[in-house]
Write a protein of this length. Structure first.
Length: 314
């Protein structure tokens, strides 16, 4: 590359579908937008541990408990990769957590719904992790290298999460009538919130257009939502469960499923902080952070000791 204008070089990489790396010049707005998105994603991973953590002690068997623990730990790991990816943009993880704790940064509203029965572990895995995969697979090709690479590993684990949720629901759905009803009730409650995970409709989405031009986002909210519906309907049939939408039907002209209108007024209430569990999730997160202070101190002291030892040797 013989041009020396950093802005032109940045644009050339984007136009070539290449990757921007931490050492590269990038427009301040690109950096800012990525920090916002990656941080919100990281926060969602760790807040997302709470609704399922709620059921670890009450899992119906040792096998289910071991699987659920592994899944919740995976989510902590996803948070870790993503905070590390955000740090390559020049922010500090502690600062991002402060912004989560004082409400300056958000996490996905899906985690502000309660987990009322064991079947919710199935519905979350199948629908919430399923929607997350549809959202995240295109991010594996995001223009920012560290974010794209973190996503590749995360998506592999998410597909395991989705299958374990499907398997829980399949077992319940083919169990006793009471178990079947429990599975159906969980799907009834999680279906619409899962569709809302793709964000507002395209004409109302504020960040989308610029993100598409920068190669951060590859498909619109409505395109991804449609993909999720098309993928999920045949799986519901295999499960023997009904999706709670009377308008859901195959449209041969479009080659897609049509579905009913989404009531976004509810989503906007949850985003504003008025969801069923917003306050509880934030209180639990702040408490976990305070109670973990000694761990962070010990880790920092250990790292400083190791660094001093290395200096002595050198
Ligand atoms: Fe995750
Ligand atoms: Fe997951």
């Amino acid at each position: 590359m013989h041009d020396h204008d950093p802005e032109e070089r940045f644009q050339a990489i984007i136009d070539d579908d290449g990757r921007i790396e931490p050492r590269d010049w990038m427009p301040p707005a690109y950096r800012k937008s990525l920090i916002r998105q990656i941080a919100q994603h990281a926060h969602s991973e760790i807040i997302g541990m709470q609704p399922e953590g709620n059921w670890i002690t009450r899992a119906p068997s040792l096998r289910r408990k071991a699987i659920l623990m592994a899944k919740v730990q995976d989510e902590a790991g996803h948070g870790l990769y993503l905070y590390a990816a955000a740090e390559t943009l020049g922010v500090d993880r502690a600062e991002l957590l402060d912004m989560l704790h004082d409400g300056r940064q958000k996490y996905s509203s899906i985690f502000n719904y309660p987990t009322l029965t064991w079947a919710d572990m199935g519905a979350i895995g199948w629908l919430v992790d399923g929607a997350a995969i549809v959202n995240q697979v295109p991010i594996c090709r995001c223009s920012y290298g560290p974010y794209a690479r973190a996503m590749i590993r995360i998506c592999k684990e998410e597909s395991f999460h989705q299958r374990q949720g499907f398997e829980i629901l399949h077992t319940l759905s083919h169990g006793t009538p009471a178990q079947h009803d429990m599975a159906q009730d969980a799907v009834d409650r999680w279906w619409w919130p899962s569709l809302m995970m793709f964000g507002p409709p395209d004409q109302e989405s504020t960040h989308s257009e610029q993100s598409m031009r920068w190669g951060i986002k590859r498909f619109s909210n409505d395109e991804l939502r449609q993909r999720f519906v098309d993928m999920t309907v045949p799986q519901a049939e295999v499960l023997g469960l009904r999706l709670p939408d009377p308008d859901l039907r195959w449209n041969p002209e479009r080659g897609h499923y049509d579905f009913g209108e989404i009531d976004f007024t509810e989503l906007f209430e949850v985003i504003k902080g008025n969801g069923p569990c917003n306050r509880q999730r934030m209180a639990d997160r702040r408490r976990a952070h305070e109670e973990g202070e000694w761990v962070r101190e010990a880790a920092a002291a250990y790292a400083a000791k190791r660094a001093a030892q290395r200096e002595e040797v050198a």
